[in-house]
Design a protein around this ligand. Structure first.
Ligand SMILES: Cc1cc2nc3c(=O)[nH]c(=O)nc-3n(C[C@H](O)[C@H](O)[C@H](O)COP(=O)(O)O)c2cc1C
Length: 223
């Protein structure tokens, strides 16, 4: 245990689910871009990046969201930046979709003769290994799971910069998606809402200590 350990634990102890931000302090554009870049660099299964990050700067939309997103009502008036993270649906994540073809050819630059074997492996993974094709929801939830890796990374990067955050699942998904669709911010054929995350600077330090189960209750060493 050295200074590096203290630094790392310091960052994770600093981070807490901030309920009220200092409304006079805004996160700088460079900092928010860095946080988003960390999200973009996050790992994903097969490298298919099944996400999109919506930075909500529209006050009208925030107002409209208030009634469908109970989990962000306390933060809404004072937060600096609100990000809605979308996850891709079956239309895109299925092995024979345009999106997967685009990812493999244009983004991953997989050599032509490698594409089919890779797709076979992916098809088998979806059908057999994880059985994600039984219904629309399973594959969407699998895409959502991956977006949470970006969430962890973004909140940690923010904490490293001294920026506070709060992850938000407190919303009615159907109503929020309908609202975003109406505002032409969401194409529900391709995406659904995974979660939201608020950033800003805390108004006050947390009023209570972190509650966590003891280390030995959550860690088991298999010898
Ligand atoms: C996926 C997820 C969703 C959450 N949704 C909300 C939310 O809607 N509103 C809220 O105030 N806090 C929300 N939280 C914050 C948790 O309540 C909080 O992280 C937990 O109680 C642990 O406290 P700490 O983050 O301060 O250490 C959420 C946390 C996670 C990880």
């Amino acid at each position: 245990m050295g200074r590096k350990y203290d630094e790392i634990l310091g960052v994770h102890n600093f981070r807490f689910a901030c309920k009220e931000f200092d409304e006079n302090r805004k996160v700088s554009e460079d900092d928010i871009k860095l946080i988003l870049e960390v999200g973009r660099l996050s790992p994903s299964s097969f490298g298919f990046e099944p996400w999109k990050f919506l930075v909500v700067e529209n006050e009208y939309l925030k107002e409209k969201m208030f009634s469908v997103a109970w989990g962000v009502q306390r933060q809404m008036p004072s937060l600096s930046h609100l990000i809605i993270v979308l996850a891709r649906k079956k239309t895109d994540m299925i092995y024979n979709s345009k999106y997967i073809k685009y990812m493999m050819e244009e983004i991953q630059h997989i050599p032509k003769d490698m594409i089919n074997p890779r797709l076979d492996r992916y098809k088998n993974f979806l059908e057999e290994d994880f059985q994600l094709l039984d219904d629309e929801r399973s594959i969407f939830d699998w895409a959502c799971k991956q977006t949470y890796i970006a969430l962890g990374n973004m909140m940690t990067a923010a904490a490293e910069l001294g920026i506070d955050s709060c992850p938000i699942e407190g919303f009615h998904r159907e109503k929020l998606e309908a609202l975003l669709e109406k505002q032409e911010m969401l194409d529900r054929e391709h995406f659904g809402v995974s979660y939201m995350v608020a950033f800003g600077y805390r108004k006050e330090d947390p009023s209570r200590q972190k509650t966590r189960k003891p280390f030995n209750e959550v860690v088991e060493w298999i010898k």
